[in-house]
Design a protein. Structure first.
Length: 69
C-alpha cells in the first residue's frame, strides 16, 4: 500500500507557516521533496510523510543542541 504524498499546503498547515516557506525550503534543498511536474508557470511538488517526519526529528534535535549551548 502506498502512502499519501503531502502537498506544500499540507505541510504549511501542519507547521503553521505560509506555503511560500515550504516551497523556499524545498527550492533551497533544505527540505527533500518530489517534483511531480514542471509546467510553464509552476512546478508541482509533493513530500513523502516518512521523509518529512525524519526531517522534523533532525531539525528538532539540531534546535535542542543549539538551545543547550
Amino acid at each position: 500500500m502506498s502512502e499519501k504524498l503531502l502537498t506544500p499546503d499540507d505541510l504549511a498547515a501542519r507547521w503553521g507557516v505560509h506555503k511560500a516557506t515550504i516551497l523556499r525550503l524545498f527550492h533551497t534543498g533544505e527540505l527533500p521533496g518530489v517534483t511531480i511536474s514542471r509546467g510553464k508557470e509552476r512546478t508541482t511538488v509533493r513530500f513523502r510523510p516518512a521523509i518529512v517526519e525524519a526531517w522534523e526529528k533532525k531539525r528538532e534535535k539540531a534546535q535542542a543542541t543549539e538551545a543547550a549551548q
